[in-house]
Write a new protein. Structure first.
Length: 661
């Protein structure tokens, strides 16, 4: 009896101490004044080593791994001096000032590990919107804590997740008992095929106490038989480097180990021998072209800067990489391709272009979108945009019925596919923010719609090409400024005879979007909209809305699938002179399936979709869906209801492999 009472009393005392300690830890960051630290600089030293334990040809297709996938060596080392450009307690940008490495052609490898090297342990997430921190109060429901007093002023905190999930970590920390300041911490976790141990020593006071003074990262990457281990060490505000690559650095924050120094020495010796022999360029010319210039561009994304001050930027997605495949019920298997480029003239002027393209194997259609923007006033979001594209193939049965009615007996219509029209458009517009709440966009858009099968139209003596040219006006209203909801009002009026237009119409649309972010990486995406035609000429068969269309090239509004109707037949997008739609998506990293044993640990994000639509003959159309994201893929299952009756089920699949690398 006495033993039970003593045990209960000890447990209550331990729980009370845990509560006191964690309350102080959760509150510590708020006690530090960060207002005077905006736009400051912090120097940093990074040392890293990589070892290729096992590899196979699949390693060629993994981003940033090409250089070591076919290299002669199995061990590499590198050093970087640079500076963090900070805003408050967060680093917004990192600039390298000195770099030396034994990786071929000084390539960057396993760059995804960089985000772990400056952990925000008091924030909601430890690294770049991933991994929920155990030291932030809103995440405490996901962790259990135990504290043990060490001396008069220190306490050791042990934390572990209440469920096994890739967004959570385990580990220990040493904290100041009186203030709750974390002195050092060690985290163990696994995310995106990276198993890691991160040890960090925090600064002592002020803003520095919220930032790591030094970090050690041990990581292992495993994927389909490939095994790469990596070690990183970082130190804030080190002494500046001295020495050059050929001679070796003579001053470092920490000395090299014997193995690390031998790697640099061997690399330096090999380079000197090649230069002395004078045969490097001749012997390796074919290899450089075939492997480094062609092979890397095919399998990996390409990033480059150009210009005398690196004002230009170029990014090309892999040309032949199966990881860029996707699947949906309407489009079947599709492949996407993306090229971005920009050039900054000064802080307020920039030109940029982006090619988004893809091919749908089910629709047998190549589609693209090519916008080019010239920012003449970036501070006011002022730009001129020229966009050329296709991809929204139009179906229209009204025009076919009209042709058949006039020539019912004279033409055999069998095997004629007259419903489908290719749609190519050119839009020239200018945009300007009148204030933080109001934006205005004006311009002109020209559509050229050409029948896929022209034979029937030619036999009937009817035109097979239709053209519209419409001045446009768009007004954006943000009631609470840039970070709140956006209300958009669109107006187009195509004028018959203007720029060879043979189609006249008048169209109005209204659209509202709001992405409301919640604590713990949760978010609610909301969208409502309506559109209608107030005028349409005789022979104006096509209905084409701006905010309600079959998007072959999804946008990037939060989740690519948010705001879309996954199971809606493409014919409904152009079948009504009016529409009213609403879409709602809720996402959370730890919602339902994450709590399941075995499989739940790999689920990074879960989403619930609800969409509703009213058009002619659909009153209403409703879709509901559930989806989740893992390190390998995103998948969602959708159910449809049309006019109160079940209308089918479908799935959508997208690969997520190395999306964040």
């Amino acid at each position: 009896m006495l033993l039970a009472v003593a045990t209960t009393a000890a447990a209550k005392k331990r729980d009370r101490q845990n509560t006191i300690v964690m309350r102080r830890v959760f509150a510590y960051a708020a006690t530090v004044d960060t207002t005077a630290c905006a736009d400051s600089l912090r120097n940093v030293y990074i040392k890293y080593s990589l070892r290729v334990n096992r590899r196979n040809p699949i390693l060629l297709a993994i981003p940033t791994m090409y250089a070591i996938a076919h290299g002669d060596q199995r061990a590499y080392i590198g050093e970087v001096f640079g500076k963090h450009i900070m805003n408050g307690s967060h680093a917004d940008h990192f600039e390298e000032t000195f770099k030396q490495t034994t990786i071929p052609h000084r390539r960057r490898t396993l760059t995804t590990l960089r985000k772990y090297l400056r952990p925000d342990i008091y924030g909601v997430t430890i690294a770049d919107e991933i991994i929920l921190s155990p030291f932030n109060k809103i995440n405490r429901r996901y962790y259990s804590y135990r504290s043990i007093q060490e001396g008069d002023s220190l306490v050791r905190i042990t934390f572990k997740p209440r469920l096994k999930n890739t967004q959570l970590v385990s580990g220990t920390a040493i904290a100041d008992f009186l203030t709750g300041r974390i002195i050092s911490a060690e985290f163990h976790g696994e995310y995106d095929m990276i198993r890691f141990t991160l040890r960090t020593e925090m600064g002592r006071e002020g803003l520095a106490s919220l930032l790591p003074q030094s970090c050690e990262l041990d990581a292992v990457f495993r994927f389909l038989g490939n095994n790469i281990s990596a070690k990183y060490y970082t130190q804030e505000n080190p002494p500046p480097p001295s020495g050059e690559l050929e001679e070796g650095l003579t001053q470092r924050p920490v000395p090299l180990s014997e193995d690390e120094d031998s790697l640099f020495q061997a690399h330096r010796k090999a380079e000197e021998e090649k230069r002395a022999a004078g045969t490097q360029k001749r012997d390796n010319s074919f290899k450089r072209i075939a492997w480094d210039m062609i092979g890397e561009r095919i399998f990996n994304r390409t990033k480059a800067q150009f210009g005398t001050r690196d004002q230009g930027y170029l990014r090309i997605s892999p040309i032949l990489n199966p990881l860029y495949l996707g699947y949906s019920k309407r489009k079947g298997v599709y492949y996407k391709f993306d090229v971005r480029s920009s050039f900054q003239f000064n802080d307020n002027q920039e030109i940029s272009t982006r090619l988004k393209a893809g091919y749908s194997f089910k629709q047998r259609q190549f589609y693209f979108k090519l916008p080019t923007l010239f920012y003449f006033h970036k501070r006011r979001n002022g730009y001129v945009e020229l966009e050329i594209g296709n991809g929204n193939r139009i179906t229209n049965s009204d025009i076919v019925e009209q042709v058949r009615h006039e020539h019912a007996d004279s033409i055999k219509w069998e095997n004629m596919n007259l419903d489908y029209f290719k749609d190519t458009y050119v839009r020239l517009s200018t945009h300007y923010d009148l204030s933080s709440r109001i934006s205005l966009r004006t311009g002109i858009i020209v559509h050229h719609r050409d029948a896929v099968d022209k034979k029937g139209f030619k036999l009937a003596g009817k035109p097979h090409s239709y053209r519209s040219a419409a001045p446009l006006l768009t007004l954006e209203y943000r009631p609470t400024g840039y970070n709140g909801p956006i209300l958009t009002f669109d107006y187009e009026r195509s004028i018959k005879g203007f720029l060879k237009s043979n189609t006249g119409f008048e169209r109005w649309e209204a659209d509202g979007q709001y992405l409301y972010r919640l604590p713990r990486l949760r978010a609610v995406s909301m969208r409502v909209g309506a559109g209608f035609y107030t005028h349409k000429d005789d022979g104006a068969y096509f209905l084409d809305y701006t905010n309600f269309r079959d998007e072959n090239i999804p946008g990037g509004w939060n989740d690519e699938w948010t705001g879309e109707f996954e199971l809606l037949d493409r014919n409904w997008y152009n079948a009504s002179e009016h529409y009213v739609r609403a879409n709602l998506t809720y996402e959370s990293p730890l919602l339902a399936m994450s709590w399941l044993p075995l499989v739940g640990r790999y689920i990074e994000m879960e989403r619930i979709y609800v969409s509703a639509l009213t058009v002619k003959h659909l009153h209403p159309y409703i879709e509901c869906g559930y989806g989740f994201t893992t390190r390998l893929f995103s998948v969602a299952l959708f159910l449809a209801n049309k006019n109160g009756k079940f209308d089918g089920v479908g799935a959508r699949l997208g690969f997520e492999l190395f999306r964040q690398w």
